[in-house]
Design a protein around this ligand. Sequence first.
Ligand code: FNR
Length: 419
Amino acid sequence: QSLVYRAGVLGSRPTVPTDFAELERRAQAEMSPRAWAYVAGAAGEGTTARANRVAFERHRIVPRMLPGRVSRDLSVELLGRRLPAPVLLAPVGAAGLVRRDSDTAIGAAAAELGLPYILSNQGCSPMEDVAAAMASGPRWFQLYWSTDEPLVDSLLARAEASGAEAVVVTLDTTMLGWRPQDLNLGSLPFSQGIGIAQYTSDPRFQEIVAERVAAKAAGNGGSDDVKVTLGALRSLLSISREHPGDLRTNLRSPVPRAAVETFLDIYSNPGLTWDRLATLRDRTSLPFLVKGVLHPDDAARAVEIGASGIVVSNHGGRQVDGAIASLDALPAVRSAVGPDLPVVLDSGVRTGSDVVKALALGADAVAIGRPYVYGLALAGRDGVRDVLANIVAELDLTMGLSGIGSVAELGPELLATAP
Ligand code: FNR
């Protein structure tokens, strides 16, 4: 990691800016207004997105001097695997808005660093293609619980077969949040056929669409709330069967807007309960984590139903505007689940110093969202890799300059609250 730092000092130009503000600025200039709105956008007035940053800024590190060590051990063990650093790539859907072949590029970068990539259920390549691009690199699969239970089983089976080491069920997005930047543009990525590759490549999804085509053709219209034309459904079916997840093809023959209703109808279940979630234990051999937990009682509930970990997250401030900052929710969640359960924190992590603070307050690891998407926008696979490598390098330096030799030594005694 110190190599990254040295390369900078020695004057070789970095592929991506080494501070977040400049990274974001340059990425915006590269991205379409549509992509920028979706990626950078937040819920409502952006209160929670800002609060995520304010929470990090409120905590200050109190460095200790002369520990007498020349190197640090950044590695952590998570779900039985040793990772080179306590950093994961958060699931980001519709990244194809930013660049073609987004998910395979992100996966390859993650594999190069040995950091786990949590593949999004709203991905732009079938998970099997991303798995192939990652070889033995660690990957988890993020699930949105469908209203169609056989589709849940199908996605779980594919995740197992393609080498996912865990399932992350996102609980905070049973409906999409109020996102003015997207609403003002009047379109969502999904309506352009972007971010639906896990579905179009899924045999059960294809079966559902085929059933609806048959019902509509027979004149009984399918379900009343889905007002989709027969032509739109047929088009979705043919895209699904012939070009699953191929973004370029999808863009050349866009999924008709009406067909997206079919997708929105099944992608997530607002009626999901803890009892239903508990059926996961018997439906997959993979460990599962729940993502989007902010209340300690929900964390305790997740443990009761057999979750192997918690992702404390407010979805990067994209769901409930005014929700508590993720970092502020962390200590109570840690207390509720005890010292041993894996807890990952995301939302607002931008620097190595942020990682130190999150771990000091009880996280075992952090997940990063927007920063690596900006790296993708600027320099593809290398950009993703370098954004993450820079965060890890800064983590290493911050630990070293603070007198910390390993991540196990990070605790609340390292922090003070800003006056
Ligand atoms: C997300 N996030 C997300 N989460 C999830 O569980 N499934 C998904 O498909 C997506 N999609 C998605 C798209 C985009 C463009 C963004 C920015 C985020 C949320 C993501 O996993 C994570 O919680 C946040 O991104 C973390 O916050 P930061 O690092 O972006 O501040």
